[in-house]
Design a protein. Structure first.
Length: 294
């Protein structure tokens, strides 16, 4: 079994992004990512600060806006409008989830599609489904890069996605069955109402676990030599301590899989790297500066 090292692949992407930042800066464009947080959840705070640290590492400008979690929803919509109108901001990410009194769909529609580096605006979702993506959503794009790094070409293979979320399950399925590099797999999407899940996953050459259920994928559910991509980030109590586990029972599955992504150090760092990638892409398109994307 090979571990697919997300930290290493992400570091390569960041290095390529840093070169793009230099090219843009030389052309007089200082690429900038704005993160917006309307939550007091400590995990969300951690993720946003990691994204800001990533910006710093590649020499990109990072702007952070905090909106009080019990402020009126209008305050978030106004913040987004201001960032849309600011020509020095190229990418906007509103950390999800937002509080219950805020309409998530309205937030996603409010972001200028040209600055929508998450790829969640309906226009960008439509383009992805139409096979003409502007910004590939960060986690699915990161997964494609991890498969490529592990020399796994999905073309003609059986891929099974477990989970049908808008941010991972749906877009990764579209990329896996779609035409183009990293696609052309025969793709099945399983979810909470799937009967005989294991029958599906056992047929898979590639399993993408994105259900949000801690360690639900066990060795009996995967075929010998399969590639297993673990998208889960679940904080659980183990022996009185809080630890991070994926949707895959790593210790069980590692002995059977051909290649597997660990948690942490697999998909997570790739999600963040592809966010930087989308931000330099956004800046290059907004200012018509050619860059060599990694
Ligand atoms: N608009 C929006 N876009 C997102 O992309 C988005 C979001 N909202 N809301 C929350 C989820 C979650 N997410 C993660 C990204 C990286 C790690 C990550 O880098 N994890 C590290 C370690 C994490 C740790 O130690 O806690 C790893 O897996 O190695 C985790 C979680 C992005 N999300």
């Amino acid at each position: 079994m090979t571990d697919i090292d997300g930290n290493a692949v992400a570091a390569e992407i960041r290095s390529g992004v840093a070169d793009c930042v230099d090219t843009l800066t030389d052309a007089g464009v200082e690429p900038a990512l704005a993160t917006v947080l309307m939550s007091d959840d400590p995990a969300s705070e951690t993720y946003v600060s990691m994204k800001q640290n990533d910006c710093e590492e590649v020499g990109m400008r990072g702007i952070h806006v905090d909106v009080d979690d019990d402020a009126p929803a209008e305050e978030l919509y106004d913040t987004i409008d201001e960032l849309n109108d600011d020509p020095e901001v190229h990418g906007i990410l509103v950390q999800l989830p937002v509080p219950d009194h805020v309409d998530t769909q309205r937030v996603l529609r409010a972001i200028d599609p040209a600055k929508d580096v998450d790829g969640f605006h309906p226009e960008n979702v439509g383009r992805l489904v139409g096979g003409n993506a502007r910004f590939k959503p960060c986690t699915p794009h990161g997964i494609q890069r991890l498969l490529a790094a592990a020399d796994v070409d999905p073309e003609g293979k059986e891929a099974v996605v477990v989970g049908r979320s808008d941010i991972v399950g749906k877009p990764i399925a579209n990329l896996l069955f779609g035409r183009g590099e990293g696609g052309n797999a025969t793709t099945t999407v399983c979810h909470s109402r799937t009967e005989n899940l294991a029958e599906h996953t056992r047929r898979a050459d590639i399993v993408v676990a994105a259900a949000g259920v801690p360690e639900m994928i066990t060795a009996d559910m995967v075929s010998e030599g399969a590639t297993v991509i673990d998208v889960g980030i679940n904080r659980v109590e183990r022996d009185g301590e809080s630890t991070l586990v994926g949707d895959v029972d790593y210790d069980d599955v590692a002995g059977k899989a051909g290649a597997i992504t660990p948690v942490p150090g697999g998909v997570g760092p790739m999600t963040r790297a592809m966010l930087l990638y989308n931000t330099v892409k956004a800046a290059s398109e907004q200012h018509d500066v050619d860059i060599d994307l990694p």
